[in-house]
Ligand binder design. Structure first.
Ligand SMILES: NC(=O)c1ccc[n+]([C@@H]2O[C@H](COP(=O)([O-])OP(=O)(O)OC[C@H]3O[C@@H](n4cnc5c(N)ncnc54)[C@H](OP(=O)(O)O)[C@@H]3O)[C@@H](O)[C@H]2O)c1
Length: 281
């Protein structure tokens, strides 16, 4: 099996590519500027040249906050861009794994959303990911949609490094106490994606490290694990500058098929991230 990874310089994509290489699975990574999701013909050419048996599609528009003022751009990448990758998968006969998000749900209440819960995105980013999921489901039968969120790791664009730098400078960080999710270590997510893509366990799955944390609680855990002297001040999202349109309830079930290892706890994952990568001293 040969695997093409899009977004291979990004946070989850770089760990996926690294793991494929470590396992000796034939693979190729692509990212911007070589890959341009808005240029369909160049995507088709790139995929046809790579001739993969499977595509793990991690490239896309990722800033939920900035997406509010750039809805067309966000939809062009996550909606149309994913449709283009799905079309390319059909052309070469590849299966496709699409990395999505629980932000496709309304994000209200406090119970976790299951894989078959109804869509109802709260913001532009969530809408664009619904478009991406629809594109994959309508064109392919051999697909995996894997939802994950608050992904952190070692790739370009990771949120831990800027957060720690800000923490060292300001000594106090205001973080939302009412946004709750399962922060997920990209290396753990990569293992699920690479294991899953080798199977025929098609459908929609939910991958997350175990446990629910508010942004403020996860921030406190990060400060503790990295020994960063910074106080976390829990605040309501509505009191944060810019009032980001964020769904508050990002709790979702962890649902993986039999044969795929369950994911470790959030605390275990963060401990490994901090010690493995030696990023934060
Ligand atoms: N991070 C999260 O917590 C999270 C949550 C939910 C879902 N996801 C999904 O996971 C995937 C990876 O997201 P990420 O947040 O981890 O982002 P990331 O690390 O920034 O990875 C996304 C990659 O896509 C690339 N890209 C941007 N515009 C492109 C274009 N026009 N053509 C080709 N590639 C382009 C980016 O390149 P540049 O850096 O050069 O722009 C980047 O390398 C996305 O599908 C995202 O929706 C992530």
């Amino acid at each position: 099996m040969k695997v093409l990874v899009t977004g291979s310089a990004g946070v989850p994509g770089s760990d996926v590519l690294r793991l494929l290489e470590a396992r000796g699975i034939p693979c190729v990574g692509t990212d911007s500027p070589e890959l341009d999701l808005t240029d369909a013909e160049s995507v088709y050419r790139l995929v046809e040249d790579a001739a993969p048996d499977a595509i793990i599609h991690c490239a896309g528009y990722t800033s939920a906050d900035r997406a509010e003022s750039l809805p067309e751009h966000c939809a062009a990448l996550n909606g149309m861009g994913t449709l283009t990758v799905a079309r390319a998968a059909v052309r070469v006969g590849a299966k496709m794994l699409y990395l999505s998000t629980p932000q496709v749900f309304p994000g209200t209440g406090d119970t976790p959303y299951g894989v078959s819960a109804a869509y109802g995105p709260h913001n532009v980013f969530g809408m664009s990911k619904v478009q991406g999921e629809d594109a994959v489901r309508s064109l392919l039968t051999r697909y995996f949609i894997v939802r994950a969120d608050w992904i952190y790791g070692s790739g370009r664009g990771d949120f831990l490094r800027p957060m720690l730098q800000e923490a060292r400078e300001k000594k106090v960080l205001r973080l939302a106490s009412d946004q709750v999710c399962s922060p997920t270590y990209a290396a753990d997510l990569a293992k699920v994606l690479v294991d899953l893509v080798a199977t025929e366990k098609y459908g929609i799955w939910h991958a997350r490290n175990e446990g629910f944390y508010s942004r403020a609680e996860f921030g406190s855990l990060i400060m503790k694990k990295t020994g960063t002297p910074c106080r976390i001040l829990p605040v309501l999202t509505a009191d944060l500058p810019g009032s980001p349109r964020r769904p508050l309830n990002l709790r979702f079930t962890g649902e993986l098929p039999p044969g795929i290892d369950p994911m470790p706890s959030v605390e275990d994952a963060l401990t490994r991230c901090v010690s493995d990568l030696d990023l934060y001293t």
